[in-house]
Design a protein. Structure first.
Length: 85
């Protein structure tokens, strides 16, 4: 019975270790901000938002995406791995 418990505990620890999604060295993460676009789709730098770090599927969902904000303005997500808050 003890062997079974230790085996299950070991398996659980291995599973947690393999599924950990921490990204300590920053690979696969970028800092992104939104910027409003003018009628020619050029960024208006004065509308640059605060940069936020995105990783993995969250990064895939925003990197280079153009969207509309609640006020109806066209905005684009700009991402860069070297950018800092």
């Amino acid at each position: 019975m003890k062997k079974m418990m230790f085996a299950l505990l070991g398996l659980a620890l291995i599973s947690v270790g393999l599924s950990a999604c921490a990204d300590d060295d920053g690979d696969g993460c970028k800092y992104c901000y939104t910027v409003e676009l003018d009628e020619n789709n050029n960024p208006i730098e004065s509308t640059k938002g605060t940069s936020i770090e995105y990783c993995g599927s969250d990064l895939d969902a925003v990197d280079g995406v153009t969207d509309t904000d609640p006020d109806g303005n066209k905005v684009k997500y700009v991402c860069d791995e070297s950018m800092r808050k």
